[in-house]
Design a protein around this ligand. Structure first.
Ligand code: NAP
Length: 300
C-alpha cells in the first residue's frame, strides 16, 4: 500500500506555523500581512477558489481584500487597480485570479504586479529568480509539491524525475525546482512520443497535463513516487490526471485527489504573502533574500 502524501494534513501543520510566525511578529510589524485578490468576471470555479483563499487567510491572520470587478472592465482600468494595490503599503501580496474573461490579456496584467508583491510567483522576474536559484516568491503549486515531498522524507537528489506538462504555471517551475533539488529531470508534453516508456523511467513522477485519468499502471514503475497535480470534475466527482486505483498499488507514495496538491497550493500563497510581509516590515523594501525570514525552507 502506497504512502499517502496528505496535503490537507501538511497544509494544516503549515497554517499553524504561519499563525505562530504572524502573531510573534505582529507587534514589531505594526500591522498584519495583507493579501489582495483581484477577481474579474463571474467564473463560478474562480469564485470558489477566491473564497477558499480568503478563508485560509482568515485562519492564519492575514488580512485579505477581495476586489471583484466586472467582466467588461477596460484593461486600463484593471491596470489602474493593480497600480493602486502596488502602491498600498498595507498590501504585501497581490493575486490576479485566472482565467480572465475573454478579451483581457493576461501577460501585461501579470507583468504590472510589483514583483515584490507577486503572491503567485508568476512574474517574469520571479520566474527568472527561480531559474537562477535566487530567493524570491515561488510558483505556489510546484512549491507545494516540493514541501509535500520534503515533509515525507522524499529527497529528489540523485533520483530520476519526470514531469508531465510544461506550462508556466506548473510544469516548467516544477522541473526547475526538482532540478535545483538535484534530481535528473525530463519534461514531457503533448508532442512527446511514447509517453509511457519515458514515465516508466521515473522514480518521481509529477503529472500536470490537465487530462483526466491520463496516467495509469502502464506509465508507472513499481516503487515510484507519484504526484498528481490535475484536478477535474468528472461524472459528478473529482479526479486527477492519474488513475489512482491503478497506480496506488504500484507506487511507493502517491497524492490523492482531492486532498493532495490542491490544499498545498493555497498554503504556499499564504507563505509567499507572509515572507513578503516579513521583508516589507523589516525596513523599506530591500527585496527578496536580503532579509532572513523564518519560512525560507519552504521556498525551493
Ligand atoms: P495547461 O496549461 O493546460 O498545461 C498542460 C500541459 O500538459 C501542457 O504543457 C501540455 O503540453 C501537456 N499535455 C497535455 N496533454 C498531454 C498528453 N497527452 N501527454 C503529455 N503532456 C500533455 O495546464 P496547467 O495549468 O499546467 O495545469 C495542469 C493540471 O493541473 C490541470 O488539471 C489543472 O487544473 C491542474 N492544476 C491544479 C492545481 C492545484 O492546486 N491542484 C494548480 C494548478 C493547476 P503542450 O505544452 O505541448 O500543450
Amino acid at each position: 500500500m502506497a504512502l499517502r502524501l496528505d496535503g490537507r494534513q501538511l497544509a494544516a501543520e503549515l497554517e499553524n506555523r504561519l499563525r505562530g510566525v504572524i502573531s510573534g511578529r505582529l507587534e514589531r510589524a505594526g500591522r498584519p500581512p495583507g493579501l489582495a485578490v483581484l477577481r474579474v468576471g463571474d467564473d463560478p470555479a474562480s469564485g470558489v477558489y477566491v473564497a477558499n483563499k480568503a478563508k485560509a487567510c482568515a485562519r492564519v491572520g492575514i488580512h485579505s481584500l477581495v476586489k471583484h470587478l466586472g467582466a467588461d472592465i477596460a484593461p486600463a482600468e484593471l491596470l489602474a487597480a493593480i497600480t493602486e494595490l502596488n502602491n498600498d503599503p498595507a498590501v504585501d501580496g497581490i493575486l490576479l485570479q485566472l482565467p480572465l474573461p475573454a478579451g483581457l490579456e493576461e501577460a501585461p496584467l501579470l507583468a504590472a504586479i510589483d514583483p515584490a508583491k507577486d503572491a503567485d510567483g508568476l512574474h517574469t522576474l520571479n520566474l527568472g529568480r527561480l531559474l537562477k536559484g535566487e530567493p524570491g516568491p515561488r510558483s505556489c503549486t510546484p512549491a507545494g509539491v516540493m514541501a509535500l515531498l520534503a515533509r515525507h522524507g522524499i529527497d529528489p537528489a540523485g533520483r530520476r524525475a519526470v514531469v508531465v506538462g510544461r506550462s508556466i504555471l506548473v510544469g516548467q517551475p516544477m522541473a526547475l525546482m526538482l532540478q535545483a533539488a538535484d534530481a535528473t529531470v525530463s519534461v514531457a508534453h503533448s508532442r512527446t512520443l511514447e509517453l509511457a516508456a519515458l514515465t516508466r523511467q521515473a522514480e518521481i513522477l509529477v503529472v500536470a497535463a490537465g487530462r483526466p485519468r491520463l496516467v495509469g499502471a502502464e506509465h508507472v514503475s513499481p516503487g515510484a513516487v507519484v504526484v498528481d497535480v490535475g484536478i477535474h470534475r468528472l461524472d459528478g466527482g473529482l479526479c486527477g490526471d492519474v488513475r489512482f486505483e491503478e497506480v496506488e498499488p504500484l507506487a511507493s507514495a502517491i497524492t490523492p485527489v482531492p486532498g493532495g496538491v490542491g490544499p498545498m497550493t493555497v498554503t504556499m500563497l499564504l507563505v509567499n504573502t507572509v515572507v513578503s510581509w516579513w521583508t516589507h516590515t523589516e525596513g523599506g523594501d530591500p527585496g527578496p533574500g536580503s532579509v532572513d525570514n523564518p519560512l525560507a525552507d519552504l521556498l525551493p
